[in-house]
Design a protein around this ligand. Structure first.
Ligand code: NDP
Length: 480
C-alpha cells in the first residue's frame, strides 16, 4: 500500500519516528494508503531547512521565483486528471468537480501569484523637494501554512503560492484526513526545480505538529484555514509571540431569496450552493431565507431538484454528491440532523445516511437534506454543520431577514437573489460578512479580498492582500 512521505529539504522522507497513520478512502471506509504521523522533530527539521533556504530564495529576483512557480503551475495542469482522481479518492468529492474546478484552481493559484509578484512594486512618497520616502516590501522569513480537508490542494496552494512568490520559505501542513494531493504536489515541486528547503510539507495530526508550527521562534507568520475553535487556539498560542496571523475560519452563510428574483436561476444556484462538495465548502449557503410570497413554490421546486442529485461513487461521472470526508465528520453531520428533529424541524428531503452498496457499502454517504420549521436562533441554524444539510425559513421583510441573517457568530459569505438592484445594494451593505454574492454564488476573481468577519476570521487573503500579509513593509526616509 502506498506510503505518503514528508517533503523536507527537497527530499521525500519518512517521519523521524517512522510512524504512520491509516489514510482512509471515505467512499469505501477502507484504508488505502498511509500518512506520516509526524512529530515536532519533523517540524523542527522542516523549519531548519526553510531557514537555510531563505537567504538565497529571498535574494532571487521576482522574475526568477516567478519562472520556477510557473513551471510548477504547468505541471499541475499537465497532471490535472491524476490529481483530480487522487483528490476524489482521498476526500470523497465527485471526480468531475476536482477535474473541472478544484485542480484547475490550484494551478490558477500558483499562476496568479507567480505573475502578481512581478507587479508588486515598492512605493515612493516625496515630501515636496526636501525629502523622499520609499517603502520596501520584504519577505518575512519562514512562515507556516495550515490548511483543511474540504478543498485540499485548492486551499493548500492558495496559501503557499503568495508566501513563496513573495520570497518566504514555507513549512506547510495539509489535513491528515486528505494528505494525498499535497504529497503528489511535493513530487511536482521537485520536478519543477524548486530549490531544496523553500517549501517543506509535514504530514500529521494538527494537535501533534501544529503547536511547533505556530509557536516556534523562527516562524514569523501563520496562515491558517480551518475551524473557528482551532483558529482560536492558534491565536491564543501565537499572538503573545507577536507572529503575524491570517485566520480563515468557519461560516454559517445566509442565502436570501427575494420574491422578485429570477426564480429559475435562484433555485438552480441554491441547489448548487447548498450541496456542492457535499456542502463541505466554507462558502456554502446553509440557511436559506425565502420571502413568504414565494416560499411554497420555491420549496417545492428546490426539493424536486434536490431529489435529482445522485449520491454515490465519487468517480462516476453522474454522481452529484460524493462521500463525507471522514467517519468522524459523517457522524457529526448525522448528529446535527438528529438535533434538527429534536429542535422541532421537519425533514422535507433526505435526512439519512445512504448505503450505496457493493464496494461502497461501508462508505460515508448522506442524502442531501432539507429541513424546515426551525427558529432562526436554534442550534441547527446557528452552528456550522459543514455537510449536505440546509434549512428553509420564510421571511416577511428586509428588516426581518437581515436580523436573522446577521444573527450568527459567523460572517463569511452571503448570497442575495433579487432583480431589484437598489435593494441588492441596500441589503448587501447591511449584511455582516466579508463576501456578498448577488444573483450568483462562488464567482471568484483572485484579485479580490477574501475573508470573514466576526468568528469567520481575521485578515484577508487574495490579490495584494495576500502579498502584503507575507511581506513586511519598511519605510526609508531620505532628506535631500
Ligand atoms: P480544523 O480546524 O480541524 O483543521 C484545519 C487544519 O488545522 C488541519 O490541517 C488540522 O490538522 C490543523 N490543526 C488542528 N489542530 C491544530 C493545532 N492545534 N494547531 C495547528 N493546526 C491544527 O478544520 P477542518 O480540517 O475540520 O476544516 C473544516 C473547517 O474549515 C470548517 O470550519 C470550515 O468552515 C473551515 N474552512 C474555512 C474556510 C475559509 O476560507 N474561511 C475555507 C475552508 C474551510 P488535522 O486535520 O490533522 O487535525
Amino acid at each position: 500500500m502506498q506510503k505518503i512521505l514528508n517533503y523536507i529539504n527537497g527530499n521525500l522522507i519518512e517521519p523521524h519516528k517512522g510512524e504512520f497513520m491509516d489514510n482512509i478512502n471515505p467512499a469505501t471506509g477502507k484504508v488505502y494508503s498511509f500518512c506520516p504521523d509526524s512529530t515536532s522533530e519533523d517540524v523542527e527539521l522542516a523549519i531548519q531547512a526553510a531557514k537555510a533556504a531563505f537567504p538565497s530564495w529571498s535574494a532571487k529576483s521576482a522574475n526568477d521565483r516567478s519562472e520556477i512557480l510557473l513551471r510548477l503551475a504547468n505541471l499541475i495542469e499537465k497532471n490535472n486528471d491524476k490529481l483530480a482522481e487522487a483528490e476524489s479518492i482521498d476526500q470523497g468529492k465527485p471526480f468531475w468537480l476536482a477535474q473541472k474546478g478544484e485542480i484547475p484552481r490550484a494551478k490558477a493559484n500558483i499562476h496568479f501569484f507567480a505573475t502578481a509578484i512581478e507587479h508588486f512594486a515598492s512605493e515612493a512618497h516625496p515630501m515636496g523637494d526636501h525629502a523622499i520616502n520609499y517603502t520596501l516590501k520584504t519577505p518575512l522569513g519562514v512562515v507556516s501554512c495550515i490548511s483543511p480537508w474540504n478543498l485540499p490542494l485548492y486551499l493548500f496552494t492558495w496559501k503557499i503560492a503568495p508566501a513563496l512568490a513573495a520570497g518566504n520559505c514555507v513549512v506547510a501542513k495539509p489535513s491528515e484526513i486528505t494528505p494525498m494531493t499535497a504529497f503528489l504536489f511535493s513530487e511536482l515541486c521537485i520536478e519543477a526545480g524548486l530549490p531544496a528547503g523553500v517549501l517543506n510539507i509535514v504530514h500529521g495530526l494538527g494537535p501533534k505538529v501544529g503547536p511547533t508550527m505556530t509557536t516556534h521562534p523562527d516562524i514569523k507568520a501563520v496562515s491558517f484555514t480551518g475551524g473557528t475553535k482551532t483558529g482560536a487556539e492558534i491565536a491564543r498560542n501565537a499572538a503573545p509571540l507577536f507572529k503575524k496571523l491570517s485566520l480563515e475560519l468557519g461560516g454559517k452563510n445566509p442565502n436570501i431569496i427575494f420574491a422578485d428574483c429570477d426564480f429559475k436561476k435562484a433555485v438552480a444556484e441554491s441547489v448548487r450552493s447548498s450541496f456542492t462538495n457535499q456542502g463541505e465548502i466554507c462558502l456554502c449557503g446553509s440557511r436559506i431565507f425565502i420571502e413568504r410570497g414565494i416560499y411554497e413554490t420555491f420549496k417545492t421546486e428546490f426539493i424536486n431538484q434536490t431529489k435529482l442529485l445522485k449520491v454515490g461513487n465519487p468517480l462516476a461521472p453522474d454522481t452529484k454528491v460524493g462521500a463525507i470526508a471522514s467517519k468522524v465528520h459523517f457522524e457529526k453531520v448525522l448528529s446535527y440532523i438528529d438535533l434538527a428533529k429534536e429542535e422541532g424541524g421537519t425533514i422535507l428531503s433526505g435526512g439519512n445516511s445512504v448505503n450505496v452498496g457493493g464496494e461502497f457499502s461501508e462508505g460515508y454517504f448522506i442524502e442531501p437534506t432539507v429541513i424546515e420549521g426551525l427558529s432562526f436562533d436554534c442550534r441547527t441554524n446557528q452552528e456550522e454543520i459543514f455537510g449536505p444539510v440546509v434549512t428553509l425559513t420564510p421571511f416577511d421583510s428586509e428588516e426581518e431577514v437581515l436580523m436573522m441573517a446577521n444573527s450568527t457568530e459567523y460572517g463569511l459569505a452571503a448570497t442575495i437573489w433579487t432583480e431589484n438592484l437598489t435593494k441588492a445594494h441596500r441589503v448587501s451593505a447591511q449584511i455582516k460578512s466579508g463576501i456578498v454574492w448577488i444573483n450568483c454564488w462562488l464567482l471568484r476573481d483572485l484579485r479580490t479580498p477574501f475573508g470573514g468577519v466576526k468568528q469567520s476570521g481575521v485578515g484577508r487573503e487574495g490579490g495584494w492582500e495576500a502579498l502584503r500579509f507575507f511581506t513586511e513593509q519598511k519605510n526609508v526616509c531620505i532628506k535631500l
